[in-house]
Design a protein around this ligand. Structure first.
Ligand SMILES: [Mn+2]
Length: 326
């Protein structure tokens, strides 16, 4: 059965309690992984010792640590710049140590320079709840970055270089590599190409290294902008046993102009998506992603309102119960 999780740091004790009260037993770790200058190997945040400590902290709060969703710096690796080998060394070290400590999935991404991009983070949605949105006509008005133009082929080359080193390490460590899509799934952004933005490109990633550890973080909010039939895409990748992790969220609109929504208020047939995960036998982790900021919460961390998460967890649990009882 699909597992439901939430993402938080070991320091978010109050949120962890709320999540626990909703009956959630799994956690996606959002932990800092930036190398610390002059620290001993054991004190690096990606060392076995540090990962072991995080895992114990989560266990003390009642959660098993199933996924790491943060990354050490990979900008040079993505842009193919000098120094990339040192960055990749650290990624390999992280993966090896995840294997030793027993954390089965690493969610990474290949968005260079920008991570998820929005043009507004306080659009009033249902009942005045605040959501984020993206409008390509606005973001395109901004100039190129200091990195100039980065083509999609450059990114495919750097990704191949990265995976050539990382996949064998992940295979040996038995850690799954779950590629998160580009958000928004559109290319280029201010001159920076984006490659993980279509169903075809995902298949290209899978075919590049046909390994049991090379797979997908299926962030529904992005995938549903790549296709009008998300349940079929889930069935397609699920049958190939390539879905390693799921982000459960929804949007309304197109890749060029969309806004996020409550989980029961977007363009996607969420019930049919849950049926698809069930039918392909997906037994990995799904977490709510980007929730509206609801009354009573501030909008300091758009997409991650605590109260908004409670609605999402409840809705997700209800869908799961309905589908697995059918
Ligand atoms: Mn996501």
């Amino acid at each position: 059965m699909i597992k439901i999780a939430e993402v938080f740091s070991p320091h978010q004790g109050s949120l962890a309690k709320m999540v626990k009260q909703c009956g959630i037993d799994h956690v996606v770790a959002g932990i800092g992984l930036h190398p610390i200058k002059n620290a001993s190997p054991d004190d690096q945040p990606y060392s076995c010792k540090s990962l072991e400590r995080s895992k114990s902290s989560y266990e003390d709060m009642g959660f098993s640590m199933e996924v790491i969703e943060s990354r050490p710096p990979l900008l040079k690796a993505k842009l193919g710049l000098p120094g990339r080998d040192e960055e990749i060394d650290i990624a390999c070290e992280l993966i090896r140590n995840m294997g030793t400590v027993g954390i089965p999935v690493w969610c990474y991404e290949w968005m260079a320079v920008f991570n998820w991009m929005r043009t507004s983070k306080d659009i009033p949605s249902r009942g005045g709840a605040l959501v984020t949105g993206y409008d390509h006509s606005i973001s395109q008005k901004e100039s190129l970055t200091e990195y100039g133009t980065i083509t999609e082929e450059q990114l495919w080359d750097s990704l191949e270089y990265f995976l050539k080193r990382v996949v064998p390490v992940a295979e040996k460590a038995n850690v799954k590599l779950a590629m998160h899509p580009d958000d928004p799934p559109i290319s280029p952004l201010r001159g920076i190409g984006r490659i993980m933005r279509s169903i075809e490109n995902y298949q290209r990633l899978l075919d590049l290294f046909p390994s049991p550890v090379n797979g997908i973080a299926l962030c529904q909010g992005n995938f549903t902008l790549m296709t009008d039939d998300l349940p079929s895409a889930i069935r397609n990748f699920g049958k190939q046993e390539k879905i390693f992790f799921v982000h459960f969220r929804d949007v309304r609109g197109t890749p060029e102009k969309f806004q996020e929504t409550f989980h029961d208020d977007g363009k996607t047939d969420m019930l049919e998506c849950m049926r698809a995960y069930r039918d392909v036998g997906f037994s990995g982790v799904c977490r709510p992603d980007h929730v509206p900021t609801m009354e009573g919460d501030d909008n300091n961390n758009p997409g991650y309102s605590s109260i908004g998460r409670l609605f999402a967890i409840g809705y997700l649990k209800g869908l799961r119960e309905a589908v697995y009882r059918e």
